[in-house]
Design a protein around this ligand. Structure first.
Ligand SMILES: Cc1ncc(COP(=O)(O)O)c(C=O)c1O
Length: 473
């Protein structure tokens, strides 16, 4: 067994996987039964006998990679997953090898410095004040702050915990007072109601905001929603808006919502897990107009920023709110010390926090911020082009025009429904699409994050759908 020899085997296998995927060879998805895969990969014998190296490793890589969904394949147009830049993957290799921890400075000065730098860079994009490097800013100076964490769900939960600490700081000692509520549109990602459950507020504490037929918050209805919560004797912890919505990728009117929240002194949380990166572009930045009025913002790098899963930024306008979010004692970690850097530990749910910054930084470092912005604009532009194309066909329709890189559509002729049509598409394995509902209607859903995808794949998809419908009649 040798690290270098086995690493060569792995790199060789990955290169082949990448080349075959990106050139569209073979199916994008294929799902053999689990028992077959366990046997193919020889899981039980390997555990019993060991020796996963050399030839055995090469064989394992073959069976493992052949049963993965091919993320780089141009027909991978299903989920909100980044199609990673290879530099993100290489950064992951480095970080896994050195097993660096990003929670306290002494465990990884270089990696913590990168995360600190990236948080500041993102704060600048939002229009919030970055945190100064040491010497520490004066205590009264308000600046933004943030954390890189493991996914949008944890980031949303952390933001809502920070909001709750502001309104009910005694919760940490005494538990929830029982009169706390959240305001969020029904189109919010399920991690918001899940956060309410985890926080012990209960999912019923999430009061719905009125939405229009596109699933977007209606600003004129905000006072009535707020009055309903107040009439029930509840205090609002936070109001949540989407940038963009999970189902169709549309942006709530952040400016109007933000103005309402500022007027009432309500914590305004923007879930930009999917669409936040529009901030980096000149062309689509206006979709995020008003985000600077928020108190907290979540952005996933593993959706639209070409970073491997997972890497999420939670940003706050006022760093003190995140610093106060958790009040915890752990004197083996939290103690006075002289250090030339920064500890993120008190801002996160995690204790051990694998480094997340290097992979994001290497994508930025490789593409440059203009290159990344160009990529995002290309995907948004392509989605508009696909919408125009589908709308021009008599047998397809889209419920709404896209704003980001998500597009829902339905094939009118699919008599047994869009879900059954999707099952047949996935069984063929030539195209991988997802599905979502809007206004109670089921749609097929495209998420165009793949830079290798063009209108040609969509035309091929349309042909295959027509064929599947014709053969099922
Ligand atoms: C709007 C929104 N928020 C949060 C999430 C959850 O993010 P993650 O999958 O990183 O936990 C998603 C995921 O699709 C999302 O679309």
């Amino acid at each position: 067994m040798s690290f270098e020899a086995d690493a060569q085997i792995i790199l060789h296998a990955l290169s082949g996987f990448y080349e075959r995927s990106i050139s569209g060879q073979g199916p994008v998805i294929h799902q053999p039964p689990m028992s077959v895969l366990m046997a193919d990969m020889e899981l039980a014998p390997l555990v019993k006998e060991g020796g996963l190296s050399g030839e055995k490793l090469a064989q394992f890589m073959d069976s493992y990679l052949s049963a993965l969904t091919r993320i780089y394949h141009p027909a991978n147009i299903a989920h909100q997953q980044a199609v990673p830049h290879y530099m993100a993957a290489l950064a992951g290799l480095v970080d896994n090898f050195v097993s660096s921890d990003g929670s306290i400075y002494e465990l990884g000065p270089a990696s913590v410095s990168i995360e600190y730098f990236l948080i500041n860079w993102l704060l600048g994009k939002v229009g919030w004040k970055p945190a100064l490097l040491r010497p520490q800013p004066a205590a009264e100076e308000i600046h933004g702050g943030g954390i890189l964490t493991h996914g949008g769900s944890i980031a949303n939960l952390t933001a809502l915990i920070a909001a709750r600490t502001q309104i009910a700081p005694h919760v940490w000692q005494e538990g929830n007072p029982g009169d706390l509520a959240l305001l969020a549109p029904a189109e919010a990602h399920y991690s918001i109601t899940r956060a309410a459950g985890i926080m012990g507020l209960g999912q019923r504490a999430v009061y719905p905001l009125e939405i229009n037929e596109r699933g977007l918050v209606i600003p004129d209805q905000l006072p009535a929603a707020y009055a309903r919560v107040e009439a029930e004797g509840k205090q609002v912890v936070a109001l949540v808006a989407n940038a963009g919505t999970t189902a169709v990728g549309l942006y709530d009117p952040l400016q109007e919502i933000g103005a309402f929240c500022r007027e009432r002194n309500l914590w305004f949380h923007v879930d930009g897990a999917h669409g936040g990166p529009a901030l980096l572009t000149n062309k689509y930045r206006s979709l995020m107009r008003g985000v600077e009025l928020a108190d907290s913002l979540v952005m996933n790098m593993h959706k639209l920023m070409r970073v491997t899963a997972v890497c999420t930024a939670l940003l706050v306008r006022d760093a003190r709110t995140l610093d106060q979010a958790f009040t915890q004692e752990a004197d083996y970690l939290f103690h006075a010390k002289e250090q030339p850097g920064y500890d993120f530990l008190h801002r996160t749910i995690e204790c051990t926090k694998p480094v997340l910054g290097l992979k994001f930084f290497w994508v930025l470092g490789a593409m440059g911020e203009a290159g990344l912005a160009e990529y995002i604009e290309r995907q948004f532009d392509l989605t508009r082009e696909v919408y125009d194309y589908l709308e021009s066909l008599p047998d397809f329709e889209c419920p709404v025009a896209p704003e980001s890189n998500i597009l829902c559509f339905r094939a009118k002729g699919a008599r047994d429904g869009q879900l059954a049509l999707r099952d047949r598409l996935l069984a063929r394995g030539d195209y991988y699409v997802s599905t979502a509902s809007l206004n109670g209607q089921r749609y097929l859903r495209l998420t165009l994050t793949n830079p290798a995808t063009s209108l040609d794949e969509i035309k091929g998809l349309v042909d295959e759908i027509r064929e599947l419908i014709a053969t099922s009649q």
